[in-house]
Design a binder for this molecule. Structure first.
Ligand code: IPE
Ligand code: IPE
Ligand code: MG
Length: 224
């Protein structure tokens, strides 16, 4: 049985769900947040230590302003209302990606990270304005500037995921089979599950089923 230490999720399909059931993409984002809460609970139940959630990519800036604003308002509201509870549940929140949002949101994100920084039960890495290519280029630039030797260990130090073990399992909902610039380096040996359901319809049972399957996979890492 494989140990499961880190789950990464590309939470895709909110817009399609919203259009299908509520005639509004943004309604899908709101509904998707409910799935986030369910999945956090289950992740704790499974005693998984790291959960990385792809919430906004560097490419998502190409979306209409109205949708972008809605997403960040949703995030702001979520943090304002839930950060105390996350804190009490011994959850640590870490942002991966570049924090170049409004100064109000940047402050809230920094404060949320700081408040929960000593927590130990589960670390949630929220990928916001995250892009793997940018992350890698930046890391290589730093190595070059510092004249450090280019190897895996040194490169990892300058990734946003510094000190975070690589994901064991990647799940992408929304019936699309691509990585969309997510953790290209870190997913080198992850088990990947593409799920047909849209993120707002994904539930505990679906998650548990994937975890069960994951546990029984023969992970070779090149060996036989
Ligand atoms: C994923 O859902 C969430 C974000 C990118 C913020 P989408 O908004 O991409 O939903 P679809 O893929 O358009 O249905
Ligand atoms: C990936 O979903 C990003 C997030 C889930 C945050 P997208 O919906 O943006 O991906 P593409 O553009 O369809 O590849
Ligand atoms: Mg999408």
């Amino acid at each position: 049985m494989n140990l499961l230490n880190h789950v990464a999720i590309i939470m895709d399909g909110n817009g399609r769900w919203g259009l299908k059931y509520k005639n509004s993409r943004n309604a899908g984002h709101k509904e998707g947040l409910k799935t986030v809460e369910k999945i956090i609970k289950q992740t704790i139940r499974h005693k998984i230590k790291f959960l990385t959630l792809y919430a906004f990519s560097t490419e998502n800036w190409k979306r209409p302003k109205k949708e972008i604003n809605y997403l960040f308002n949703l995030l702001e509201n979520f943090l304002n209302h839930r950060i105390n509870e996350l804190y009490k549940q011994n959850i640590r929140l870490k942002i991966i990606g570049v924090k170049n949002f409004s100064s109000k949101l940047n402050k809230l994100l920094n404060a949320s990270e700081k408040k929960t920084s000593k927590n130990k039960k589960l670390q949630i890495n929220l990928a916001l304005n995250y892009g793997s290519k940018f992350e890698l280029i930046n890391a290589f630039k730093t190595l070059y500037k510092k004249k450090e030797k280019i190897n895996e260990k040194n490169l990892s130090k300058y990734l946003q995921t510094k000190n975070i073990p690589d994901p064991d399992l990647l799940i992408r909902t929304g019936n699309t089979k691509r990585l969309s610039n997510f953790l290209l380096w870190q997913l080198a040996y992850s088990e990947i599950f593409f799920e047909k359901k849209l993120w707002p319809e994904f539930n505990e049972k679906d998650y548990n089923k994937i975890i069960k399957k994951f546990k029984n996979i023969k992970r070779n890492f090149g060996k036989i």
